[in-house]
Every structure is written in C-alpha cells, then in structure tokens.
Design a protein around this ligand. Structure first.
Ligand SMILES: Nc1ncnc2c1ncn2[C@@H]1O[C@H](COP(=O)(O)OP(=O)(O)OP(=O)(O)O)[C@@H](O)[C@H]1O
Ligand SMILES: [Mg+2]
Length: 469
C-alpha cells in the first residue's frame, strides 16, 4: 500500500467530517482556525489508524505469500486489528489442512510405489511420446539398463510389442496383449499387456505389464516331446511285431521252425510294449496325486527286504548278490508301501541291469547326516537315507542331472537291449517327491554309482509337520 493510497483513503474517510466542519464554519458556530485545526487533527488520527491497519494487512499478506511458496511460515505477531488476526489464523488453518492432505498424498504415492516394487511382474509406465516415465523393481531386474526419460525402444525393440503399443497409443484399442521373447535372458517368454490409462493426468499415460510365460511354454514343449517320445517308443516294437506277423503270413507260412524261432521274439516285443504302457500309466497316475501327501504307515526296512527277495533270482542270473545293511532300527514312516516298493524295485533293478556280473548290489539304510540342498528347509527334521550302490562302468557326470527325465537313457541301444524304457527313474523321482523326499545320484566312472533316496523318518510329530508344510 503506497503513501498516495494512504492519503487518498484518509481523505475519503475524513471527507464527511470535513463537510461537518464546513457547515459549522458557514453557520458561524465554529471559527475557521479551530475548524481547520480540528479537521487536521482528526485527519492525522485517521492516517495513524490506517497505517496500523494497512501494516497488519501487509504482514498477513507476507505470511500468506510464505505459505503459498513454502507451505509454511511464521504467523505475524502483534496484530492490532481483530479482522486481520482472524484472517491470519484462517490462513494458518488452511495451510495446516493442505499440509495434512499433501502428507497423505505423499504417503499414498510412496505406498503405491512400494506396492509396485513388490509385484513380481515387471511394470513399465510410458508417456504419449513413448518415453519411459516409471517402472518397478521387477522391470529393472528384467531390463538392467532401464531408465526414466528415455525412449521405450532403447530397451524393447521387438516390433510386435511396439506395434501393440502404437495401436493402444493411437486409440485403436484400450489394451492389447503381445507375446515377446527376451533373447538376452535364456529366451524368456513374456506376455506383455499394454493398457491406456484414460483418466491419467501427468505423464504416466500407458502401462506395460509383463507376465512370464517361460515355464508354461516349457511345459507345453515337454508335453509335445513326451507324446512324440512315447509314440516313438511304441512304434519300434510294434513294427517288429508286424514284420514277424507278415513273415509268418507270407514266406514262412506253415513253417513250424520259423514260428518257434519268431514267437519268443514276438513275446519279448509285446512284453516291452506292455512294460512301456504300464510305466506310462503309472507315471500319469503318480503325477495326478503327487501333490496329495500319503497318509498310511509303512516300514522302509521291511519294504527293502521284500524288494531284495523278489529280485534275488534276477540278481542270481548275473551271479550277483543283494546285500542289505541296516544301521537304523526304527524305519517306520508315513508312506504308501506300494509306491515305495516300486521306488526300490526300480533302483535295485537298475543296479542289477547296469552292474557288472559277479558283483554285489549294496543297499544301506541309515539316518541321514547331511541333507541335500533340496531338503534344506527341513533341516530340523530327521530323514532316512537309503543308498543303493552298484559296481559298474558308472555314469559320466554330464548325464547325471538328466537321468530322471522321461525316456532319458545314457546308452539307448544298451538300455533297450536290457528291456529299459527310460521311465523308471522318472517314476522314482515323482514317487519320492510325493513322499516329501529327494534323490541324490553320485557316480564314478569305472567304479559304480550310488542312488540315495532321502525319506522323512517318523519320529514324534516330525512327519506331521513335514507333511503339512
Ligand atoms: N545303476 C545304474 N548304473 C548305470 N546307469 C544307470 C543306472 N541306473 C540308471 N542308469 C541310466 O539311466 C537311464 C535311465 O534309467 P531308467 O531306470 O529311468 O530307465 P531304464 O532303466 O532304461 O528303463 P526302465 O527302468 O524304465 O525299464 C538308463 O537307461 C541308464 O542309462
Ligand atoms: Mg530302470
């Protein structure tokens, strides 16, 4: 408020008083000198009051400016006029309400950012110019060089994905899915959903959400491979059988020698198919109930004894012995006897099949001392270790991780010759997993192999805890 304005306001306020003085002087009730002096004095009084009033207003205005610029400030002291001090405290209240609201918004924004960071799916925000304006931790994990302020194409060059983005950006669609493969990262498959955020103000107009499809695609591939492998395995004995049937119907018709010669081979091939189909069916059945833990009680020691007995003849045919040693007395556990029987039949059968003639198959039952990594989370529980050791050529290191894959055979011809389908260890793996256990394979070339099955021992409520985990 300038000086001129102050004087003008003072004059405006003093004007009615001036009129009164003029009337008093013209009617002779007051001398001119007295009137002028009185008018001047009352004018001075008005100016003084206005100065104080304007001073109050100026300080309140300064306070309001501070609040506007910094959301905080010191309210003016010594305000003389109530109206001005009320105005000042009103500003204080408005500023406090704003601060609360801002704090709430800030908290909400940082919570939203935290929620985004906790999402397992990578999320990237982009503006209309296709510039990255935000992303979460998962996205940073996927695209290590991701930065805000850069064009999206610096990080993603896949044309299908960029086309999907353009479709959404050009408002042809509000959202669009596109599948893309991240070649740099072991060929991970992603479904990317690009969505427009119509209500978004600011620069986060589009959001790209990545869902990892790698496992799904792998499973689909495995299923397709499995069907192909199974078909392939069945085709071989079937074509051998058909070949013999054709020969017996044609050139070798009514030839009893040929019949006698072919029939055992035909039986072998038919048995092979039967074996394969049984294995396939039991694998399918096991996979169905793999996630429901067993509830029956059984005794591993007794199961091993039965297995050893039932395979004694097979071992004897190769001048082999099955030697069982038991360091652990109490071998009770929660498990399905039939399934565990199959586990150990498959393992001991392999040891006989692939072991050298005239050697022993050694089976030992002990209390596990060092649990393999797969059981790390159960380290406070007691596990039995059932090891099946053979003396054979051993298995080269590179094959070990793949032995439990379906149809995987180290030496396909040799395994087929001994009647193997390559499903035995796959079945073992699933059955052991259903029993919350694991299998470890060690082998030394020229010496032999040890297949160790770890199974939870039934001690106290050890097993109940395990099975409910
Ligand atoms: N004790 C072992 N010694 C050496 N190689 C083995 C042993 N056990 C398994 N293998 C190898 O692992 C492969 C897979 O074993 P698996 O038991 O799954 O199949 P298989 O014995 O060929 O057939 P199946 O058990 O279905 O009749 C075998 O073909 C063999 O090459
Ligand atoms: Mg086998």
């Amino acid at each position: 408020m300038g000086f001129r304005q102050l004087i003008l306001t003072a004059l405006a306020v003093a004007f009615p008083v001036g009129i009164v003085f003029i009337v008093l002087v013209t009617t002779g009730q007051l001398g001119l000198g007295t009137a002028l002096l009185s008018f001047a004095l009352s004018g001075l009084g008005v100016v003084a009051m206005l100065r104080i009033y304007f001073g109050d207003l100026r300080r309140v205005a300064r306070y309001a400016t501070d609040l506007r610029d910094h959301y905080k400030g010191a309210p003016p002291q010594h305000i003389s006029f109530t109206a001005a001090s009320e105005l000042s405290s009103l500003y204080t209240q408005i500023a406090a309400a704003f601060r609360d609201r801002i704090a709430l918004l800030e908290a909400q924004t940082s919570t939203d950012a935290e929620i985004l960071d906790h999402l397992p799916n990578p999320v990237v925000m982009v503006n209309r110019q296709r510039v990255v304006t935000g992303f979460n931790q998962a996205a940073k994990g996927l695209f290590h060089s991701l930065e805000t302020g850069r064009d999206l194409t610096r990080f993603i060059r896949d044309p299908i994905l960029l086309d999907a983005f353009d479709d959404v950006a050009n408002e042809r669609q509000t959202m669009k899915h596109a599948e893309f493969v991240l070649a740099s990262d072991a060929h991970r498959h992603f479904d990317v959903l690009t969505a427009r955020l119509p209500a978004a103000t600011g620069d986060r107009n589009f959001v790209l959400t990545f869902s990892d499809l790698t496992e799904l695609r792998k499973l689909e591939q495995m299923r397709a491979d499995f069907a192909t492998d199974a078909g392939h395995e069945l085709r071989t004995p079937l074509s051998v059988l058909l070949g013999f049937i054709e020969t017996l119907e044609g050139p070798a018709k009514d030839d009893p020698d040929a019949l006698n010669q072919f029939l055992p081979v035909m039986r072998d091939q038919a048995l092979r198919m039967q074996h394969l189909i049984e294995d396939l069916l039991s694998l399918a059945r096991i996979e169905l109930n793999e996630h429901t833990p067993p509830s029956d009680e059984c005794n591993v020691g007794k199961i091993i004894d039965k297995v050893a007995k039932s395979l004694a003849i097979k071992a004897d045919a190769k001048d082999m012995n099955i030697r069982v040693t038991r360091e652990l007395e109490d071998t009770d556990m929660i498990g399905e006897e039939k399934e565990l029987h199959q586990v150990f039949v498959n393992l001991v059968e392999n040891a006989i099949k692939y072991g050298h003639p005239n050697t022993d198959v050694e089976v030992s039952i002990t209390l596990a001392k060092n649990l393999p990594g797969a059981l790390a989370r159960y380290r406070h529980n007691r596990f039995m270790a059932i090891a099946i050791r053979d003396h054979s050529d051993g298995i080269a290191r590179e094959h070990l991780p793949r032995l439990t894959e379906r149809f995987y055979r180290v030496d396909t011809a040799r395994s087929r010759a001994v009647g193997g389908t390559g499903l035995g260890l796959a079945i073992v793996k699933h059955l052991v997993q259903r029993h919350r256990g694991t299998m470890q394979i060690e082998s030394e070339q020229g010496v032999g192999s040890v297949f160790t099955v770890y199974l939870p021992a039934k001690i106290g409520d050890n097993v109940r805890k395990l099975h409910s985990a």
